[in-house]
Design a protein. Structure first.
Lengths: 134, 99
């Protein structure tokens, strides 16, 4: 399934509805859904906030299922490269006093997913996450 | 849908899905908290890093004044999110109020 979403935080509810439709159609177990919601939100909001260049108004989200995997991909068009997977994780034992607000989303998604990859081609930025279904 | 309100026992009750669209509402609410408080997650289905960031900054501010937030009734998915972020080390997390 694939759909374009307006580059705005307000699109998040439409994105969750889109994922819910997919989960219902594909009968995805509820235990695998949270990570997909989270990956979609974290990467979508990241693209909205940080991608530069002459980006058009929409971001494409694709989700697919094979027998043993869920695969979610977000593609941003006509943008400069911005590899979110290069961000350094926040060590889990970081004391509260030195913790900052950002950086947690990618860290959690990395832990929940079996792979998180980034590729850039033809001025398109794409983040893909894969969850193995056991 | 997301709501945040005071419960009958002076605790903070979260309901629904706390995503990035709710940042302003949640931030406004948590900024008014100036003393040790319990936050009840029983009716919360989902939280992303946007919500975690607000809780983290509130905890930081309260700890500076000798207080803290106690989080109760987290569902298994949300507990996992806190664990993956290493946040179970910076909050008191209980299964139910008073435990």
């Amino acid at each position: 399934m694939e759909r374009q979403f307006r580059r705005s935080f307000d699109s998040l509810h439409d994105i969750f509805d889109f994922l819910d439709l997919f989960f219902a159609l594909e009968k995805v177990d509820t235990k695998h859904r949270y990570g997909m919601y989270l990956a979609a939100e974290e990467f979508f909001t990241n693209m909205v906030k940080y991608n530069s260049g002459d980006a058009p108004g929409e971001i494409c989200i694709e989700i697919a299922r094979t027998d043993d995997q869920l695969r979610l991909a977000l593609t941003d068009f006509n943008v400069d490269p911005f590899d979110v997977t290069k961000a350094r994780p926040v060590p889990k034992d970081t004391p509260l006093e030195v913790r900052r607000r950002g950086g947690l989303g990618l860290q959690i998604v990395r832990e929940m997913m079996d792979s998180v990859t980034y590729d850039y081609f033809d001025k398109r930025s794409r983040v893909t996450v894969v969850k193995n279904l056991e | 849908m997301f709501s945040i309100e005071w419960g009958g026992k002076g605790d903070v009750v979260l309901t629904g899905r706390w995503d990035a669209t709710q940042t302003e509402k949640a931030e406004t609410f948590f900024k008014q908290i100036n003393q040790p408080s319990t936050v009840d997650f029983k009716k919360l289905d989902y939280i992303s890093s946007a919500g975690l960031g607000i809780l983290l900054m509130t905890q930081k501010r309260l700890m500076g004044n000798g207080g803290s937030l106690t989080l109760v009734n987290l569902n298994p998915h949300i507990s996992e999110v806190f664990r993956y972020a290493g946040l179970e080390r910076v909050f008191v997390i209980s299964k139910s109020p008073g435990r």
